[in-house]
Design a protein around this ligand. Structure first.
Ligand code: ADP
Ligand code: ZN
Ligand code: ZN
Length: 746
């Protein structure tokens, strides 16, 4: 009898266990598997699928008790080694299960073992002539044979059937006789193949880089040439040509036989980027990776990356998990966008994961923005990130002229809160007359419950947290959603004593109708908002129509503020600039500033100068003033000072702890118990704020209360919190969840 040696391996089960487990394999099995292979394993009484996690199986059990893997399902790894390391990191840092990370990494269609789509090809067998006897009586079969002879290579069955006007019965009969043979070939589905060709024309191949662009390119290439991990912030004003810099850097990474990951903040921006990339790197295969791909497209994209056929991936947040091999460069465009943070488990931030993945693969990460996040600025100041700057628009194009429209005066005129100012309407009419394009920008819907004084623009704030207080209709109180502070809502403005406190907000639909009624009939007006985004192609089509000049005025929410490059737009109107400022979030000023600079940046990108109108009730607020002058430095200085004073991010990490349940009494009771328990602890490096009702206090019948923890070390904070939480018996009807580096605090 041959005694085969047993090897121990670690396998991460998919389905129900959140830690890799040790299994044994036979020697010959062991030789076949790789880290990342799929295997079938016993788990309790079930048989489940697992991913081979490492060859370092450790066991505290008797060797005889270690269970054997049942079968190898797929030898080829389903995840690259760095992604597996990344899954472990994410599960630790964001306090979620490894399995939820794997689910985010491997598309469901792959997990379910979906095979790539293949098509049948037929060709003449080598000895076909010997077998031809008797075919004379079968003219259809003869036609097929002569057709294949002429083609002289394997041909798709569909083509043969069509060209020879035969049926599949004829083919089958020839196959049976052995006259022809068949093979299968995998067909590729290429997403976005022919789309946006209209926008490709604007890619000018003969672009000569500006001096600033050249310097930035040199700096990134130098980073790449060290073959060491490096993160660099590319801070460049809108229209400064950051994309050209990315492209040059990508060229260098490709020259190094490496691959490139290009992240954009919004799925809808992928086609624009893809068409520019395809025009520039025409010999390279560009893979699009995002959540709107069909299952088939996804499988193909996945396979071409695993096979290393494709070296460029473009996509939104989840593309950070594309299984690229030999990763050399990760670009995160518009790195400040909060859409990079996933608001579901696993609650990862794709920008931060990009930096970690780059580190794990000794790659270079470039974070680009006209309005960098305070987190990234802080990392530059600490020396963790390098910095490259583009301070001018290309061709010395002017930054747009920004007018502030003081809506308090407009309110005087009409005794109502007006939606569009006279100035903005005039400017719109002007553009229609000159056949130029305009964008009207509306803020995302706020929670609409803060109180604004239309006479002086004052908004009541919490003294301790420096965020807007929220009005609660039920009890008539103003509340702080960070610390829970509350006081009765004032009857008149605390600042100017006006009695006319109003709440305001307008939908995109209403604005669209209003604009239509104010402009000449022939003006083409279109709306882009969340409703439209849900229809797969409508948004892309709208953008394409706008680019072609079929639309005069585009009305929309924040999605039209991001990264779009429309050279014919000469007017941008911001309908309500104050909304972000009134939000119950300490990032309100940062969001307002970023939004205003970004939207303004959509104007005047072509040869004609742009004009921007910002309608505001708070023309003197710092973020609006700094945005008007596009003064990034001034804004950063002021905002960082505030953050430092309150010890907010980026100076400390923010962990949000959300409790929810159907019974408000229970949620209130358990959160106050949790607060008491925390108070008794000797917490290290952990400041607790709360409990407070969340700004969206009730969603789908669930009441929501939250805590905010501020800490300089996520891992020590989580360690303490988890230990205490383990001793806290929460009512089974309640759920709680931790959101590390929370962005949205609604
Ligand atoms: P950003 O992302 O910095 O806002 P883009 O990369 O979209 O700017 O560039 C804005 C426009 O300027 C694009 O149409 C681009 O083709 C063009 N462009 C970029 N670099 C140059 C250059 N060196 N010379 C002329 N045009 C350029
Ligand atoms: Zn007032
Ligand atoms: Zn407060």
């Amino acid at each position: 009898m041959v005694v085969t040696e047993k090897k121990l391996i670690e396998v991460q089960p998919l389905g129900g266990f959140d830690q890799p487990l040790t299994y044994s394999t036979e020697e010959d099995q062991f030789k076949k598997i790789q880290v990342g292979s799929l295997v079938q394993i016993p788990l309790g009484k079930r048989k489940v699928i697992g991913i081979v996690w490492s060859f370092e199986g450790k066991s505290f059990k008797e060797p005889t008790l270690i269970r054997k893997i049942l079968a190898i399902i797929q030898q080829a790894p389903v995840l690259t080694a760095d992604l597996m390391k990344l899954a472990s990191w994410i599960s630790n840092y964001y306090s979620c299960s490894i399995e939820s990370c794997i689910e985010a990494m491997i598309p469901a269609s792959i997990r379910e073992g979906m095979k790539p789509k293949s098509r049948r090809l037929i060709y003449l067998a080598a000895n076909y002539q010997e077998l031809l006897v008797g075919l004379k009586k079968a003219p259809a079969q003869t036609r097929v044979v002569s057709f294949l002879k002429k083609e002289n290579r394997p041909t798709f069955i569909s083509k043969v059937l069509e060209s020879t006007k035969t049926t599949s019965a004829t083919i089958n009969s020839l196959l049976q006789k052995g006259v022809i043979s068949e093979k299968k070939e995998i067909v590729e589905r290429v997403a976005y193949e022919d789309e946006f060709l209209d926008s490709a024309e604007q890619v000018d191949q003969s672009i000569k880089l500006t001096d600033e662009q050249n310097i930035a390119v040199e700096e990134i290439c130098r980073d790449l040439d060290t073959y060491k991990f490096k993160t660099r912030l590319l801070s460049g004003v809108t229209g400064s040509g950051k994309t050209e810099v990315y492209f040059e850097a990508m060229q260098q990474a490709l020259n190094q036989k490496g691959s490139v990951l290009f992240l954009v903040p919004e799925v809808a921006l992928a086609p624009q980027t893809v068409s520019r990339l395809r025009a520039r790197f025409d010999s390279e295969k560009v893979v699009v990776w995002h959540s709107h791909l069909s299952a088939g497209e996804r499988v193909d994209a996945w396979r071409s990356l695993i096979n290393q056929e494709a070296k460029i991936v473009v996509g939104a947040r989840s593309a950070i998990f594309a299984p690229l091999q030999h990763l050399r460069l990760i670009i995160v465009d518009e790195e400040h966008e909060s859409s990079y943070k996933q608001e579901d488990t696993p609650r990862y931030h794709a920008r931060d994961v990009a930096v970690v993945r780059a580190k794990m693969t000794s790659a270079v990460c470039v974070l680009g923005s006209a309005t960098p996040s305070l987190e990234s600025i802080n990392n530059v100041e600490k020396g963790k990130y390098g910095l490259s700057r583009l301070s001018k628009r290309v061709d010395n194009r002017e930054l747009p002229l920004v007018h502030l429209v003081d809506m308090r005066r407009e309110a005087d005129k009409t005794k109502n809160l007006p939606i569009l100012s006279q100035q903005l309407v005039e400017a719109l009419r002007d553009r229609i007359a000159n056949r130029e394009q305009s964008i009207l920008f509306l803020n995302r819907r706020g929670f609409n419950t803060t109180m604004l004084c239309p006479d002086c623009g004052h908004v009541e704030q919490c003294k301790d947290c420096s965020i807007a207080l929220t009005y609660h209709r039920t009890d008539g109180y103003l509340r702080c959603h960070l610390c829970g502070f509350r006081k009765p809502a004032p009857k008149s403005c605390n600042e100017c004593k006006s009695f006319d406190l109003k709440k305001k907000g307008h939908g995109t639909q209403r604005i669209e109708d209003l604009v239509a009624s104010l402009l000449p009939k022939r003006a083409q007006i279109r709306r882009v908002d969340a409703d439209i985004m849900t229809k797969k192609n409508l948004f892309r089509e709208t953008l394409s129509d706008f680019r072609k000049g079929k639309i005069d005025v585009l009305v929309g929410t924040q999605m039209i503020a991001k990264g779009l490059d429309f050279p014919k737009v000469t007017l941008v109107g911001v309908v309500d600039a104050d909304l972000p400022l009134r939000m119950e979030d300490f990032r309100a000023s940062e969001r307002a500033f970023q939004m205003l600079v970004q939207v303004s940046g959509r104007a005047g990108r072509g040869n004609r100068a742009g004009e921007v109108f910002i309608q505001t009730y708070a023309p003197h607020s710092p973020s609006i003033q700094f945005a008007r002058k596009c003064d990034l430095k001034g804004f950063l200085e002021e905002e960082l000072e505030m953050r430092k004073e309150f010890n907010y991010p980026p100076y400390r990490h923010l962990i949000r702890h959300l409790f929810r349940g159907r019974s408000e009494a229970k949620v209130e009771y358990y959160t106050s118990e949790w607060a008491k328990l925390l108070e008794k602890q000797n917490l290290q490096d952990l400041t607790v704020k709360g409990p407070a009702p969340a700004p969206l206090e009730k969603i789908k019948g669930f009441y929501r209360y939250h805590f905010f923890y501020f800490t300089s070390s996520v891992s020590t904070a989580l360690k303490q919190l988890k230990e205490i939480r383990a001793q806290f018996p929460l009512d089974p009807e309640l759920h709680d969840i931790l959101d590390v580096d929370a962005q949205q605090i609604s």
